[in-house]
Design a binder for this molecule. Structure first.
Ligand SMILES: [Zn+2]
Length: 253
């Protein structure tokens, strides 16, 4: 397995993951903490937190790519939890690279396009505006099925127990926004969606979906956002022949 220079990896990722598409993302996308100059093992994870950093250190990861990074809206002080988390990274010489909205939206590696593929849907368009850009996708089933059958497919493919709320529609046109994307439901009417899939359950989504007559599926914030970092990891291992590992720390939420 090869090692590669941190500088080279960061500039490759900044371009390949299209960070410049989301200048208004609250997440400071890109390299957030600088570690080892040379990268021998790349870790992929959903969340930047102590448990993930410790697991990454145990596995000799020296570059960690996460979906939810440590720096949101700028750093005001490095104290408390933030200090503790950064210290673990620095003590183990691990770089932290965050990619938030670009890794929801990305047409090749993004959580949403990966969800479409995993569920066997044909992409029909973009969906779900957030910070002025559509980050989700719409997809088609070849024939309509019941919500129960679709839920079973989601559960099997993602390894979850999703929550499905049935508003009496068969499933054929599905809108997908990973994570905490419930507000994309506002776009559903315009696109004739019958079923909306997101990660985290939202109380506010219920009455809106009820009135729009759109089924809801909540498949977990964590589970729906493991796909993007995994896809980015596979791409990196193909491109650079560097060892990669998925650092799993499921929240069950
Ligand atoms: Zn998220």
């Amino acid at each position: 397995m090869n090692s590669l220079l941190l500088k080279k990896l960061v500039s490759f990722l900044n371009h390949e993951l299209s960070l410049s598409e989301f200048p208004r993302d609250e997440s400071a996308n890109g390299l957030q903490v600088e570690g080892s100059r040379e990268v021998r093992k790349i870790g992929l994870a959903v969340d930047a937190c102590d448990a993930v950093f410790e697991k990454a250190a145990e596995q000799q990861v020296d570059f960690l790519l996460v979906h939810h990074g440590l720096i949101w809206g700028g750093v005001k002080s490095i104290t408390g939890i933030l200090r503790k988390r950064i210290k673990v990274l620095i003590d183990h010489n691990i770089s932290l690279y965050a990619c938030h909205l670009p890794l929801d939206w990305h047409p090749e590696y993004g959580n949403n396009v990966q969800l479409l593929r995993l569920l066997g849907l044909r992409k029909t368009g973009e969906f779900g505006e957030y910070h002025g850009k559509r980050i989700g996708y719409r997809g088609h089933l070849s024939r309509e099925i019941s919500l129960n059958d679709f839920k079973a497919r989601v559960d099997k493919k993602l390894g979850v127990q999703s929550q499905a709320i049935d508003f009496n529609r068969k499933v054929k046109n599905i809108g997908i926004v990973s994570g905490g994307g419930w507000s994309a439901l506002h776009d559903a009417e315009e696109h004739d969606i019958d079923t909306f899939l997101t990660g985290e359950p939202s109380h506010s989504a219920y009455t809106l979906a009820e009135e729009l007559k759109i089924n809801l599926i909540f498949a977990g914030h964590y589970a729906t956002e493991t796909l993007g970092v995994r896809a980015a990891g596979e791409m990196l291992s193909r491109k650079f022949s560097t060892e990669t590992v998925f650092v799993d720390h499921p929240t069950g939420l």
